[in-house]
Design a protein around this ligand. Structure first.
Ligand SMILES: NC(=O)c1ccc[n+]([C@@H]2O[C@H](COP(=O)([O-])OP(=O)(O)OC[C@H]3O[C@@H](n4cnc5c(N)ncnc54)[C@H](O)[C@@H]3O)[C@@H](O)[C@H]2O)c1
Length: 250
C-alpha cells in the first residue's frame, strides 16, 4: 500500500534540506526521482541517493524565471519517459526583514518562487495527471500558513497562498483522481533556519513551545511524503498536514 516502485516523481528544491529529505524518502520507497534545484550541487545530492535501485536525475535552473520553469518541467518529464505520478514543490526562500523597510524586489522574488512557481508546476503536472486519471501533488506550507510571522510578512503571506492554492486545486482535480495536499513543517533544522540558532532569545522561545522538545529534521518528513504519494492516501485531498512536534496544538 505504501510502496512506490515504478512511480515517477519530481521534487523541486531537492538539493538539500527538506526537499532532499522528502526526495530521499520517495527514492527509498522505490520511486524514480528528478531533483530540481538552482544550485549545481544538486548533482552531488543525486550521487548520494543509493538506497534503492530506482533511478535518480538532477536538473539545474532558477524557478523564479518563467522560461526556466517551463524548460525544467519539460526536461524532467522527458527524463521520466513522459510520465509523472508525484510532484513535490519544496523549493522556497525565506527572505526576512521588517515590513516598513522591506524591498518590493524581495517581495516579488518571494512570491515568484514560493507561489507562482508552485502554481505553474501544479498546473503543468495537474494537466498531465488529470488526463491519466491519477496523480499526487504535495506542496510545502509552513506554520506561517496558519499563524503570523515576525519580520516575515512576505514569507507568511506566500505560505498562506500555498495553503489556499492547495485547497482550491484539490477541489478542481479530485474528480480526475488527482490528490493535492500540503505538508506544513514546524521548526526544522535546515540551512534556512540556521541563522535562528544565533538569535538566542528567539531560538529558545521557539524551542520551548515545541511539545516534542526538539526541532524537526528532513528525515521527519520521509513518512508523510511517502504516505501522501502512495495509494494509502487516495481519499485524502485538500488537507494541510502539520509535521511540527505538536507546535500548533499548544
Ligand atoms: N526549515 C524550516 O523550518 C521550514 C519550515 C516550514 C516550511 N519550510 C519550507 O520547506 C521548504 C524547504 O526549506 P528548507 O528549510 O529545506 O530550505 P533550504 O534553503 O535548505 O532548501 C531550499 C532549497 O530550494 C532551492 N531553491 C531556492 N530557490 C530556488 C530557485 N529559485 N530555483 C530552484 N531552487 C531553488 C535551494 O537551492 C535549496 O536547495 C521551503 O519551501 C520552506 O519554505 C521550511
Amino acid at each position: 500500500m505504501f510502496g512506490l516502485e515504478g512511480k515517477k516523481a519530481i521534487v523541486t528544491g531537492g538539493r538539500r534540506g527538506l526537499g532532499r529529505g522528502m526526495a530521499y524518502g520517495l527514492h527509498k520507497a522505490g520511486a524514480e526521482v528528478v531533483l530540481i534545484d538552482i544550485s549545481n550541487e544538486v548533482e552531488k545530492t543525486k550521487q548520494e541517493f543509493t538506497a534503492s535501485q530506482a533511478k535518480v536525475h538532477a536538473l539545474t535552473g532558477d524557478l523564479s524565471n518563467r522560461e526556466d520553469r517551463h524548460r525544467l518541467f519539460q526536461d524532467a518529464v522527458k527524463l521520466l519517459g513522459g510520465e509523472l505520478d508525484i510532484l513535490v514543490n519544496a523549493a522556497g526562500i525565506n527572505d526576512k526583514g521588517p515590513s516598513v523597510e522591506y524591498p518590493i524586489e524581495s517581495w516579488n522574488r518571494t512570491f515568484e518562487i514560493n507561489v507562482t512557481a508552485v502554481f505553474e508546476f501544479c498546473k503543468f503536472a495537474g494537466g498531465m495527471m488529470a488526463k491519466q486519471g491519477s496523480g499526487k501533488i504535495i506542496n510545502i506550507c509552513s506554520l506561517t500558513s496558519f499563524i503570523g510571522h515576525i519580520n516575515g510578512t512576505a514569507y507568511s503571506a506566500s505560505k498562506g497562498a500555498v495553503a489556499q492554492m492547495t485547497k482550491s486545486l484539490s477541489n478542481e482535480w479530485a474528480r480526475y483522481g488527482v490528490q493535492v495536499n500540503a505538508i506544513a513543517p514546524g521548526c526544522m533544522e535546515t540551512e534556512m533556519t540556521k541563522s535562528l540558532s544565533n538569535e538566542k532569545e528567539r531560538f529558545s522561545e521557539l524551542t520551548s513551545r515545541i511539545p516534542a522538545g526538539r526541532w524537526g529534521t528532513p528525515e521527519d518528513l520521509e513518512g508523510i511524503v511517502v504516505f501522501l504519494s502512495s495509494q494509502a492516501s487516495n481519499y485524502i485531498t485538500g488537507t494541510i498536514i502539520p509535521v511540527d512536534g505538536g507546535y500548533l496544538a499548544r
